[in-house]
Design a protein around this ligand. Structure first.
Ligand SMILES: [Zn+2]
Length: 256
């Protein structure tokens, strides 16, 4: 076993010694159609009885995706924007629901997207909005909830909910893809370092930290064999220390 996995185990051992157990969840983005990588991701999750939250792009749904996502009962479908189209100028970070667009147009898109996706996936759809590129205009938050959407999922500090209320933000924390370099697997060393950091910060926060889930962000289309292997090793390894891998529904319940 390499040093980085031993370091992770040392941290997991500390959790176990304190009789506490970390909570993980997986959000996989950009699903539009069936294919070998999506099949492989589902196969991996099934092998370890692990729930998957799959962010689907409503406007681009192909028929075979519906069948594929219904093939495993631990899948929850989330709404990934509407068309996954960038509206920001070239010098700005990409966003479909960013600063450049009129609020009413964005609200109409979200509403249309929810309709398409809820009709396609019926029971396995959970009204959680995942903004493309993990970015959205904060002003949308209060409207989103009035559209019947229960919560929003972005990435780390990209979106913080300041609307004081019942709304739920469930961000992911670890992205396994290196988007700046080659859009491939970032490598286990770097991911595990981040993971250890997330674990330590939760352990130090005591009670409120233990229950804060760690969201693993994947993009099946970008995943190579090492990425799939890593995911398997991570699930297996953390489970031996009592870690839970939750569905988004379980996470929402714990937040309430
Ligand atoms: Zn996306």
């Amino acid at each position: 076993m390499s040093k980085i996995w031993r370091d992770l185990n040392t941290e997991l051992e500390r959790w176990k010694d304190a009789s506490i157990y970390p909570i993980f969840w997986i959000r996989d983005d950009d699903a539009i159609k069936d294919g070998p990588k999506l099949t492989k991701l589902i196969f991996t999750a099934k092998k370890f009885n692990t729930p998957l939250s799959i962010a689907v792009i409503p406007f681009l749904i192909e028929k075979n995706l519906i069948e594929r996502l219904n093939s495993y009962d631990l899948i929850t479908v989330l709404q990934h924007g509407f068309k996954h189209k960038n509206y920001e100028p070239n010098n700005q970070k990409k966003s479909e629901f960013g600063q450049s667009r009129d609020l009413n147009n964005m609200i109409a898109d979200i509403f249309h997207g929810t309709k398409l996706i809820s009709e396609a996936f019926e029971k396995i759809f959970e009204p959680i909005f995942v903004p493309p590129w993990n970015r959205m205009n904060h002003l949308l938050l209060p409207y989103i909830y009035s559209l019947g959407i229960k919560g929003v999922s972005s990435f780390n500090k990209n979106l913080v909910d300041n609307t004081n209320n019942k709304s739920i933000v469930m961000n992911t924390n670890i992205d396994i893809i290196d988007w700046k370099k080659n859009k491939k697997f970032i490598g286990e060393e770097q991911i595990i370092q981040q993971l250890i950091f997330e674990l330590i910060s939760r352990r130090n926060k005591k009670n409120e930290g233990y229950n804060e889930p760690i969201g693993i962000l994947t993009h099946h289309n970008q995943m190579n064999d090492s990425a799939f292997l890593f995911l398997e090793k991570l699930i297996l390894n953390t489970k031996t220390y009592g870690a839970q891998w939750n569905s988004i529904k379980e996470i929402i319940m714990k937040k309430k």
